[in-house]
Design a protein around this ligand. Structure first.
Ligand code: UDP
Ligand code: MG
Length: 328
């Protein structure tokens, strides 16, 4: 059995409604490309029928489909990471299971990779999502681009992306606990490109992301790839100290020239509240960084694998047994 040329990595979390159509649309695309391929589906602790369905789907193409079951929910990016650790292809494509980015766009990404790029990102044309998601993501994209200028990415929410083997190897070696896969890849890429991909509304199933999770991910992206928030705080700190130094000097002069005054109590309150708010925000940002340092220091495994179903190699295929390896 020859090594795959293309590896597709798909994180799956409670997607029982879409798995069948995913299989039906992805397989023909891959077959038509006429290159050896493998598909890795990582079950990120789904609570619905995803597990049994994945196991069943694998049996239809046991040489090309590999399944990893996590023992809990570790998040989309960790699921992708588990896939990246195991891929054997030269070009690695990540995509969502929910078919919001059509598998039919994969050849487009691969063609772009073959022009010599090491990372090809997709950006969603004509995005079909709720208004608040689009708005949040647009404004966030603008701020994020300013804070992390070294990560050229039009659409950070688009997970239909392709990476070359060497980039995946360094991503895996970096071993971070919480990360943002596309941004991590771009920090190592030397010749990235982007292509427009289509976007469909989620046909079935529901999004696994609520507002809280989205905010957490955005913190991962910003604090994981930039120290700008901390530096902004240092700058604000310097400015505020300078301004209050001037204020103290002014008050002191008034005390000497005019004598004691008790006016301006509320101005004082306002200034104090403003500063208290600023300090809290600063502490919060500091906390984000310290929290990440803490996680890295703990050195806990990033995810725990319950079971892994690997391709049947040719000499074992006479017994229709599944190759189950227990890691956990
Ligand atoms: N996903 C995952 N773990 C999670 C949340 C999501 O593996 O904790 C997968 C999910 O199955 C899908 C992809 O990540 O394949 C994107 O998730 P979703 O479609 O819910 O997010 P959205 O498209 O709404 O941003
Ligand atoms: Mg989706």
């Amino acid at each position: 059995m020859s090594l795959p040329y293309i590896s597709i990595v798909i994180p799956v979390h409670n997607e029982q409604e879409v798995l069948e159509s995913l299989y039906k649309r992805l397989i023909p695309v891959m077959d038509n490309m006429g290159k050896p391929f493998e598909i890795l589906l990582i079950n990120d602790g789904s609570k619905d029928k995803t597990e049994e369905m994945l196991n069943e789907i694998r049996l239809r193409r046991p040489h090309q489909i590999r399944i990893i079951h996590f023992n809990g929910n570790y998040g989309q990016h960790m699921a992708i990471m588990a896939g990246l650790e195991r891929v054997r292809g030269e070009i690695i494509v990540t995509m969502d299971a929910d078919l919001q980015n059509p598998p039919e766009d994969i050849p487009k990404l691969v063609a772009k990779m073959e022009e010599g790029h090491d990372v090809v990102g997709g950006y969603r044309q004509d995005r079909q999502d709720r208004f608040w998601r689009k708005f949040l993501s647009k404004s966030h994209n603008i701020i994020r681009a300013k804070i992390t200028p070294r990560i050229p990415m039009k659409d950070e929410g688009c997970m239909l992306r392709a990476y070359r083997r060497n980039i995946v190897d360094v991503m895996v070696a970096s071993g971070e606990c919480s990360t943002f896969i596309p941004a991590l890849a771009l920090t190592f890429a030397h010749n990235p490109a982007e292509v427009g991909v289509s976007h469909e509304a989620r046909q079935e199933g529901t999004t696994s992301y609520n507002l809280y999770k989205l905010i957490r991910y955005n913190f991962d992206l910003i604090t994981g790839f930039s120290l700008v928030p901390l530096q902004v705080f240092t700058l604000i700190g310097i400015l505020v100290s300078a301004a209050s130094g001037l204020l103290v000097f002014y008050m002191f002069m008034r005390r000497i020239i005019i004598g004691p005054e008790a006016e301006g109590l509320f101005t004082l309150f306002a200034i104090l509240f403003f500063l208290a708010g600023l300090i809290l925000l600063g502490l919060g940002i500091l906390g984000e960084y310290i929290g990440r340092i803490y996680q890295e220091v703990l050195k806990r495994p990033r995810f725990v694998i319950k079971s892994e179903l690997n391709p049947l190699s040719e000499n074992t295929s006479h017994s229709q047994q599944e190759t189950l390896t227990h890691d956990a």
